[in-house]
Design a protein around this ligand. Structure first.
Ligand SMILES: O=C(O)CCC(=O)C(=O)O
Ligand SMILES: [Fe+2]
Length: 380
């Protein structure tokens, strides 16, 4: 970190009048953006890789090495590798950084090898998709989820909340049905249930009936969002907590930089749906910084993928590494989705934490609740 960015206040808008010869290569890539905030750091050609954009600008050999690695990675993505083929699977990436379609699986009877490959891709791609699973029953949907983790109620560990949206005797199934008379779409950026101190790790969402047009779901890669923040800002945010809540009822503080318990990677873990404020900041400064962060998070198509649903399509996402947004453009059509929610059996891994350089985990805390957050899962 020896660039001029070290000396700049990351909360001030960037001076667009920086003389050309003092600009970095990265400045060029963000210069045309509506939001020229200094926080934009690494939307460069290799932003999806963990490369150093400063070094890329000045070191040709390094840049060539990054390019070579990306070519290799993309080759593996596009041409299913041996382990996949051995499991009877093929894949098609939805975008270079996030999302992949997996073909060849039947969720009603997956093999052990397929489960292993799906989990590998799930961790690497943040969200995976299947097609043509409309035949599975509620029991099979639940059984599929149990191959990866514990099954939660509709909202994770809060039984009371999901009740109205679940079929009788199936509290594990969350129905998200929308039609002309009762329009509904989760049309806001979020990862699920972050107002809880134990948010569910992921979800498996099945389209029983997809609209003929519209109703896509968009996903954003929160590792890439964290990595592409300015280093000064990353340092400021690391270890810092934010309060998440829902309408002044349940509240929990979570680290803004969340370390994934399985991959060890850091993700930006705030969202405009549930995050209220940044801890230990004046309310006004907190609101301003959150607004700036959101402007960045949700104006970077490079870090997103968009999934077009068909009847029987499935999306299985990782709430620890990505966020989602259901596009509310399909009214008056019907859209009937059913979801199984995955919760982490290990409390230490389930509660979001940031892991520092010494391997120490820093947790937030539960602040208030009107629901019984840790309802035991009697059927898990
Ligand atoms: O309907 C969708 O595509 C996503 C809904 C959603 O936010 C969820 O199931 O958590
Ligand atoms: Fe959601």
């Amino acid at each position: 970190m020896s660039s001029k960015e070290d000396k700049v206040d990351p909360f001030q808008p960037r001076d667009m009048n920086t003389p050309r010869d003092q600009r970095s290569r990265t400045d060029g890539w963000v210069g045309g953006r509506a939001d020229t905030w200094f926080g934009h750091y690494r939307e460069n050609p290799a932003s999806r890789s963990a490369s150093d954009s400063r070094r890329m600008a000045n070191d040709q050999d390094y840049a060539r090495e990054v390019a070579k690695n990306l070519r290799q990675e993309d080759d593996a993505l596009v041409n299913s590798d041996e382990a996949l083929l051995a499991a009877g699977l093929t894949v098609a990436p939805v975008s270079p950084g996030i999302g992949i379609e997996i073909h060849g699986i039947d969720m009603a009877k997956p093999t052990d090898a397929q489960i292993e490959q799906v989990w590998r891709l799930y961790l690497a791609r943040k969200v995976v998709f299947f097609r043509d699973q409309g035949h599975i029953t509620w029991d099979e949907h639940i059984a599929f989820g149990k191959r990866f983790a514990d099954i939660g109620y509709a909202f994770g560990r809060q039984r009371a909340l999901g009740k109205n949206n679940s079929p009788t005797d199936y509290p594990e199934i969350l129905r998200l049905y929308s039609d002309e008379g009762q329009p509904f779409a989760a049309a806001n950026w979020h990862s699920d249930v972050t107002w809880s101190n134990r948010p569910p790790l992921g979800s498996i969402l099945l389209a029983r009936k997809a609209p003929p047009v519209g109703g896509d779901t968009v996903f954003v890669d929160c590792y890439a969002l964290w990595d592409s923040l300015n280093p000064v800002l990353r340092e400021f945010l690391q270890g810092r907590m934010a309060v998440h809540g829902r309408g002044g009822r349940d509240e929990a503080a979570h680290p803004i930089c969340r370390t994934h318990p399985e991959t060890g990677r850091n993700a930006l873990y705030i969202n405009p749906t549930f995050t209220n404020s940044i801890c230990d900041m004046e309310p006004e400064a907190s609101a301003r910084l959150l607004a700036k962060l959101y402007a960045k998070m949700y104006s970077t198509p490079e870090h997103t993928c968009r999934f077009r649903w068909q009847d029987g399509s499935v999306a299985m996402w990782d709430n620890r590494s990505c966020q989602h947004y259901a596009v509310a453009d399909f009214w008056p059509h019907e859209r009937r989705m059913e979801r199984v929610t995955l919760v982490d059996p290990t409390e230490d891994d389930e509660i979001p934490f940031w892991q520092d350089e010494n391997g120490e985990r820093h947790y937030g805390k539960r602040l208030a609740t009107q629901e019984s957050i840790d309802t035991p899962l009697s059927y898990a």
